[in-house]
Design a protein around this ligand. Sequence first.
Ligand SMILES: CC(C)(COP(=O)(O)OP(=O)(O)OC[C@H]1O[C@@H](n2cnc3c(N)ncnc32)[C@H](O)[C@@H]1OP(=O)(O)O)[C@@H](O)C(=O)NCCC(=O)NCCS
Length: 167
Amino acid sequence: MATGPVIEDKTFLEFHDNDIIVRSWKVEDLPTVLVLCKKFAVTQNMPTKFMTTKKLAEDGFGEHPWFHSWLAETTTSGEPITIGFAMVSLSWDMCRGLVLEGLYTDENWRKKGVARKLVKAVAEFALENSCKYIKWMSLKDNDNANSFYNKIAKLYGPVNECYVKVT
Ligand SMILES: CC(C)(COP(=O)(O)OP(=O)(O)OC[C@H]1O[C@@H](n2cnc3c(N)ncnc32)[C@H](O)[C@@H]1OP(=O)(O)O)[C@@H](O)C(=O)NCCC(=O)NCCS
């Protein structure tokens, strides 16, 4: 299986908004997504042992995928380098919705709009699929995440702590 771009590459020097691309993940991204899932899990004090590309493949690319993922890439230094990801599972709470299960931006790329772009892709996916809400969870003491969610939630409609209506 091909290995994905390496998130550890810290050679990029400057940021250009247009150099960031957000796209849906593909099978060949499995190794990259595994790395991102593990980095994300560490920030959430979650165990990572059970995560494998096999499990991601089974649950993400089966007949009825349990989750979807998007990658943020930069082409600043030529080849695309992955700098963040978002992951959602499908939810049904009397109407269709999504749960944002994972959102992660590489430390060198934070506060540059990467997660905002990822969430925009999630919101577009929600609208295309007639979802009425996106839910998220963050730890009480995760100031980065809480500041971020407070900002982006305002973009998408009425907010109820960890719930935003997308229509
Ligand atoms: C939370 C996280 C995903 C934010 O990613 P990011 O790419 O830095 O976020 P963005 O640059 O898109 O930020 C969007 C807005 O939120 C604000 N924001 C982001 N992090 C912030 C912080 N730590 N403090 C204050 N505001 C913050 C940005 O300033 C921006 O607002 P602006 O456009 O008005 O300036 C990132 O900090 C991260 O990966 N944290 C570790 C994993 C995690 O905790 N994930 C979420 C838990 S569920």
